[in-house]
Design a protein around this ligand. Structure first.
Ligand SMILES: *[C@@H]1O[C@H](CO)[C@@H](O)[C@H](O)[C@H]1NC(C)=O
Ligand SMILES: *[C@@H]1O[C@H](CO)[C@@H](O)[C@H](O)[C@H]1NC(C)=O
Length: 132
């Protein structure tokens, strides 16, 4: 009886502790986005995040919804090719308003080539934000 009572109090305290920090990031981290992956060339232009990257950099542009006005700039995402199961990590560097709907992403040439030759052009993708 007494032990059960203590346990209930302990569980109640845990509930309070885990509910308090209401940062959106831990929630967003668990979301798996799906869409199509394409690639783009850097051409010496700064991405929407404000940094010039090379085609050899493993960077990615997010569709408007996930780019969220640049909130995710510099964040890493884990990308999975749905057809092969291969995964790789990319750094958010740009916005892709023309991507194929929410969840679709545009990869740098070298990041795309981790998954497939660029002549393939596209693959179905699932991805998620990594913990910061
Ligand atoms: C765009 O996404 C849809 C699924 O939402 C898919 O059927 C279609 O093939 C994609 N288009 C391109 C060009 O990848
Ligand atoms: C990719 O895989 C995920 C998880 O298995 C699935 O939910 C999603 O519909 C798939 N997307 C495509 C474009 O095949």
């Amino acid at each position: 009886m007494h032990a059960t009572g203590l346990l209930s109090v302990f569980v109640a305290l845990l509930g309070v502790a885990s509910a308090s920090p209401a940062s959106p990031e831990p929630l967003e981290r668990r979301v798996t986005h799906t869409g199509t992956a394409t690639y783009y060339l850097q051409e010496g232009a700064a991405g929407a995040c404000g940094i010039v990257h090379q085609d050899t950099d493993l960077v990615v542009a997010l569709q408007t919804e996930q780019y969220a006005n640049g909130v995710q700039c510099g964040r890493t995402i884990t990308i999975t090719d749905n057809t092969t199961g291969k995964t790789a990590t990319g750094i958010v560097a740009d916005l892709c308003p023309g991507c194929n709907g929410s969840g679709s992403i545009d990869l740098s040439e070298s990041l795309f080539e981790v998954f497939a030759p660029t002549r393939q052009g596209v693959f179905p993708v699932s991805w998620h934000f990594n913990a910061q």
